[in-house]
Design a protein around this ligand. Sequence first.
Ligand code: HEC
Length: 143
Amino acid sequence: MKRISLLLLLMSVFGITQASIDNRYHLGLSDEEKVEFLSEMRQMLNSIQQITLGIGTGNKAMIIKAAHYAGNRMARATPQSVKDKTPVSFEQIGGPTHMMFEELAINAAEMDEDDADDMKYLLELTAKLMRNCLACHQAFTVN
Ligand code: HEC
């Protein structure tokens, strides 16, 4: 019994338990890259929050601004050193996610903010876009 707890202690000290439980793909970002990458992620969450608020309150301008923020502009802002570390499977989710934000902005521009069905449609697009957030988080870790 004592031996087992000693083994468990050593495993947790060396992070073995964490690595074996977390079977996502490890991107191996440096501390600096993590700070920048995760801050971009929080911006995306911010955009989602603004988009849903814009839909709920019928504010097209708010939706469009927030969607553009997480669109192509953000795709271009990803540091080259991070891009070099991410596999094709990562980019296959990441690229389309930014494009879907642009699509959302284009769709919002064509909608009537006082029409409940139009706003409902935008909410559905947002939820579909968020499948990409889920898929990527399921598969990758910055560590
Ligand atoms: C192409 C991959 C990818 C996509 C798409 C993606 N993320 Fe992430 N995100 C990550 C990774 C990797 C992490 C770090 C997870 C980890 O290491 O446990 C992360 C972390 C985060 C975090 C935590 C930030 C922090 O400070 O720790 C938030 C918030 C987040 N993502 C929001 C989103 C939202 C919202 C979307 C969709 C609009 C999204 N992400 C789409 C890859 C992605």
